[in-house]
Write a protein that binds this ligand. Structure first.
Ligand code: F6R
Length: 357
C-alpha cells in the first residue's frame, strides 16, 4: 500500500517521523546489559554496505562523542577481506536494513571468529545478521519496499544515537542529567523531520530547475560528510545521474577541478561548528562558475545570499542534524528521478537485498 503516494519511496520518505518514533520506542531495556564488558571496550567498529555504510559513518561520530570510545566505520566488503585486528575488547556493530547482505554477514562471521562482541542493527527480524550477532537492535521501521533505503537510514541513525548514549551512560561519560537531556532531544527528531517533509513541494519545483544537470557533487563536513555521500548515492541509484559525495575539506585536493557551469554542487552547511568552513567551500565553487544548492538553517540569510538555491531546514541540535539534512536530499533525488521518468521504486541493475557478492 503506497498510502496514496505515487511510489513506495515517497511514502517511505514521508513515513520517516513515524520510523524514528518507532526506533525510539521501548528502548529502555535494549541493554541486554553487560555493564562489566562495556567498561572493557577499547574500540567500536561499525560496518555496513551502501546506505548502511553511511549510517555507520555517522554512527562513528556518535560513538566517539557520546560514548567516548574510539570508533571507526568501514565497508563490510572491505573489512571481510582484511585481517582486521579485533578481539574481545572490540565491539563490532553491523548495520543493515535486510540483515541479509552477503558482505555484511560474512564480515560478521569474521568478527565472531575473532572473538569480538557483535551487535547488529537491522530492520528484518529473523535475518541472518540477527542470528549471527550476540544481540540485535531492531529498527521497527516496517517493511521498506522501495529499493532505495530511506526510512531505514533514519531508523539506523536513531538507534546508533541511542546505543551511543547508552554506552556513554554505562561508562560514566554521560551523567544522568545529560542522558535525560539527550533522550529528550532525540524525541524532537520526528517533529524536525516532519517540518522538512511539510515543504516537499519545494523540492519538486527545484527538481525542475536542476534536474537536467548530468553531474552533481555533494559536499559536507563532520557527520554531514556521510550525508553528502548518502545524497550522492540516492541520486545516482534512482536517477542514474553521475554524483559524487565528498568531505568538503577534500575539495581542494581534486574535485574542485570539476567545477564549471555544468556541475551542480549540493552543499550541506547548516548552522553548526563547521558551517563557516563549508561556506568558504561554497564561495570557491561560486567563484568558478558552479551552480550551488545548499541545505542551510532557516534564517541563515548570509549563507543563502551566497548560493543559487537555498534549501532551509529547521534549527536542530547537532546530533539530530544528520537526520534532518538527509531528508532534503532524499526528496530532491526522488523528484529528479520522477522528472527523468526513472523507475523510482525499482531502479535498474539494483536489488533490494544483495545476497551475493
Ligand atoms: C541504497 C541501498 C543499498 C543498500 C545496501 C545495503 O539505497 O539500498 O545501498 O543500502 O545494499 O543493504 P542492507 O542495509 O540491507 O545491508
Amino acid at each position: 500500500d503506497k498510502g496514496g503516494h505515487r511510489h513506495f519511496m515517497l511514502k517511505e520518505i514521508m513515513d520517516q517521523p513515524q520510523a524514528m518514533t518507532a526506533a525510539l520506542k521501548d528502548r529502555a531495556d535494549f541493554a541486554n546489559g553487560r555493564p562489566a564488558d562495556v567498561m572493557q571496550l577499547e574500540r567500536v567498529v561499525l560496518i555496513g554496505c551502501g546506505t548502511s555504510l553511511h549510517a555507520a559513518q555517522v554512527g562513528r561520530h556518535y560513538i566517539e562523542r557520546l560514548a567516548g570510545i574510539p570508533a571507526e566505520a568501514e565497508s563490510a566488503s572491505e573489512f571481510r577481506y582484511r585481517d582486521p585486528i579485533i578481539g574481545p575488547r572490540t565491539l563490532v556493530v553491523s548495520i543493515g536494513q535486510s540483515g541479509e547482505t552477503a558482505d555484511t554477514v560474512a564480515a560478521m562471521h569474521l568478527a565472531r571468529e575473532k572473538g569480538a562482541t557483535l551487535i547488529t542493527i537491522c530492520n528484518a527480524e529473523e535475518s541472518q545478521a540477527a542470528r549471527v550477532a550476540d544481540g540485535a537492535l531492531y529498527m521497527h521501521a516496517g517493511l521498506e519496499v522501495g529499493v532505495a533505503s530511506t526510512k531505514t537510514f533514519v531508523a539506523s541513525l536513531t538507534i546508533l544515537q541511542l546505543l551511543s548514549v547508552y554506552l556513554g551512560q554505562l561508562r560514566g561519560k554521560l551523567d544522568a542529567e545529560t542522558t535525560r537531556r539527550l533522550v529528550d532531544q532525540m524525541a524532537r527528531g520526528p517533529g524536525l523531520i516532519g517540518e522538512v517533509l511539510a515543504e516537499a513541494n519545494l523540492y519538486s519545483s527545484l527538481a525542475r530547475r536542476i534536474g537536467h544537470y548530468d553531474n552533481f557533487l555533494f559536499l559536507g563536513r563532520g557527520a554531514n560528510a556521510a550525508i553528502a555521500s548518502e545524497g550522492a548515492l540516492k541520486l545516482k541509484e534512482i536517477s542514474y545521474i553521475h554524483a559524487e559525495g565528498y568531505p568538503a575539506g577534500e575539495m581542494k585536493h581534486g574535485p574542485i577541478a570539476l567545477i564549471d557551469p555544468e556541475m551542480c554542487t549540493v552543499a550541506l552547511a547548516p548552522r553548526d561548528d563547521l558551517r563557516d568552513k563549508t561556506l568558504s567551500n561554497i564561495k570557491e565553487v561560486k567563484a568558478r562558475g558552479g551552480l550551488v544548492v545548499a541545505v542551510l538553517t532557516k534564517g541563515d540569510d548570509e549563507a543563502a545570499s551566497e548560493v543559487d538555491f537555498p534549501l532551509f531546514i529547521p534549527q536542530a541540535p547537532d546530533l539530530l542534524m544528520p537526520l534532518v539534512t538527509t531528508v532534503p536530499l532524499q526528496l530532491l533525488s526522488y523528484y529528479i528521478a520522477l522528472l527523468r521518468g526513472c523507475d523510482v521504486d525499482q531502479p535498474r541493475n539494483l536489488a533490494k537485498s544483495v545476497t551475493v557478492e
